[in-house]
Design a protein around this ligand. Structure first.
Ligand code: QV4
Ligand code: CA
Length: 460
């Protein structure tokens, strides 16, 4: 990938070759990480940049020491030459860049912000991309996020995906295919739609984070109670095709679409609420973002924490489970981490017992989990709520963790008591830092339920 003087994060979106060498490490280190992750049930998905190569910047050398020449359109390390790129004639704009998103041909055959645009109808190009992805599959990755999918013809992309090898049997069992997510920003109003890509894999649903941000910010008269039918009826993809997230690496820094509505770790209180809702809500395939803090905030190019050579720093883990060294690690924040476990646990159950009043909502997932959120400015959310859960004491996974097991299990946060009717009393102040409660059957306390005051938070 390209090497830029100020080491912006987006260097890695400009490939020079398909060598697995970056500021994050070597191929060997990558392969080792994938191997170790697979062993403990953590799957790795690679963000594959296959629409284009570098920007139109002349002659240069990439991080892995491969050369390129954009005047000649040559990338000898692949190799790609001028025949492998969409020509100016095929594109049709004066500049050779995408100028009008209402012209489908332009969006797919011209250069996105001057990035040299590969022609995926050429068998040489298809084969190089296939070899690259198969190489990653051989190393044990579980699938791909396909960058800039909107800028590739769906049938050509589909052909590449279908040509890939099965995943290695050792880690995945026989006959398993790579899991593919396509990046297609479609918020309505353009001729290219997300629906064109549903035959390839999951598709990004950018409306999701935008709308969720609008609701949790209470903008445009939105209220939490309107979330009762959050999903397809809001103009989003059918749930089985949608890939959802509160924010991503682009829109958290105002690249790509989404605007000011998008919530990020910079606003932790409301960000945690939106993520808790997303993870408890049975729509789409959810993604949790994990970021780094950057300064100054207005500079949206700042790269990850790095050493003086520009190599990305290792992430230090603090005693409380949070990350140090300017890594935000939202995925480690207790409220988010515990809601991931909630989601996995309640998978397959329906929303039941919906209750909504303005900016206060509560609902259960089958007889397995229950979430209540108070996003009201001033009103406490208080009363008896039907949780759908079996009688017993439960540890609220928002305010704490359940540690220990069986009769010795205890809760580091607040404990809720569900009676034989499945009802519990809740009291959530509007000024609480975490104005939510979430309980589920895996956090059911034994008879010796006990509270201890220490709280392991993971950061926020
Ligand atoms: C600039 C000008 C051009 C000019 C060119 C001349 O903008 O008009 O022609 O210089 O050399 C960087 C710079 C950008 C520069 C470009 C080429 O920011 O200013 O062009 O390089 O040198 C990321 C960043 C981009 C970055 C790009 C390549 O967001 O800022 O561009 O990487 O390094 C659309 C797409 C969608 C896309 C989204 C951002 O439909 O697919 O925009 N999202 C994905 C990724 C995103 C990535 C790319 C696509 C490109 O999520 O992170 O862009 O791989 O909505
Ligand atoms: Ca293209």
């Amino acid at each position: 990938m390209v090497w830029s003087p100020h080491r912006p994060w987006w260097e890695r979106y400009q490939p020079v070759s398909y060598k697995l060498i970056s500021r994050s490490g070597s191929e060997q280190e990558f392969a080792d990480m994938v191997e170790r992750c697979n062993k403990v049930g953590v799957r790795i998905f690679v963000d594959a940049v296959i629409n284009h190569m570098t920007g139109d910047s002349g002659i240069g050398v990439g991080i892995a020491d491969s050369t390129f020449n954009t005047y000649e359109q040559s990338y000898p390390a692949v190799p790609y030459s001028i025949h492998d790129f969409n020509s100016k004639e095929k594109c049709g704009t004066q500049s050779g860049n995408i100028e009008n998103y209402n012209n489908v041909n332009e969006v797919r055959n011209c250069r996105l912000v001057s990035l040299l645009d590969l022609d995926q109808s050429k068998s040489w190009v298809k084969d190089r991309i296939r070899d690259y992805l198969n190489h990653l599959i051989r190393l044990g990755v579980a699938g791909f996020r396909v960058d800039a999918s909107k800028h590739m013809w769906p049938d050509e992309l589909k052909a590449i995906v279908e040509s890939l090898n099965d995943l290695p049997e050792t880690h995945f069992g026989a006959g398993q295919r790579a899991f593919v997510f396509t990046e297609v920003i479609d918020m309505g109003g353009e001729p290219i739609t997300k629906y064109e890509y549903t035959g390839i894999g999951r598709v990004t649903e950018f409306l999701y984070g935008m709308k969720l941000g609008e609701v949790f910010r209470r903008w445009n008269n939105q209220k939490l109670e309107y979330l009762q039918f959050f999903g397809e009826s809001w103009g989003m993809l059918p749930s089985g095709y949608a890939w959802t997230f509160v924010d991503n690496h682009d829109n958290q820094r105002k690249h790509g679409g989404g605007g000011d509505m998008v919530l990020t770790f910079w606003e932790p209180r409301v960000y945690k609420m939106a993520n808790a809702f997303m993870l408890a809500w049975p729509y789409g395939y959810t993604k949790v973002m994990s970021s780094y803090y950057w300064y100054p905030r207005e500079d949206t190019d700042v790269g990850p924490p790095a050493d003086s050579y520009g190599n990305t720093n290792t992430v230090p883990i603090n005693d409380d489970g949070s990350c140090g060294g300017n890594w935000a690690c939202e995925h480690r924040w207790r409220q988010i981490r515990n809601m991931v476990a909630f989601r996995n646990l309640v998978h397959g159950t329906a929303v039941e017992n919906w209750w909504g009043r303005g900016d206060q909502i509560a609902f259960s997932r089958g007889r397995k989990g229950f979430l209540a959120i108070n996003n009201d400015y001033s009103q406490t959310m208080s009363g008896e709520f039907y949780t759908g859960l079996p009688e017993g004491f439960y540890c609220d996974c928002i305010s704490g963790d359940m540690l220990g097991s069986g009769d010795n299990a205890y809760c580091t946060g607040q404990t809720l008591s569900v009676n034989s009717m499945g009802r519990t009393h809740i009291n959530i102040r509007s000024d609480s830092e975490n104005p939510m409660i979430a309980i589920h059957v895996d956090y059911k306390l034994g008879s010796k339920r006990g509270n201890i005051p220490t709280r392991r938070n993971g950061g926020k």
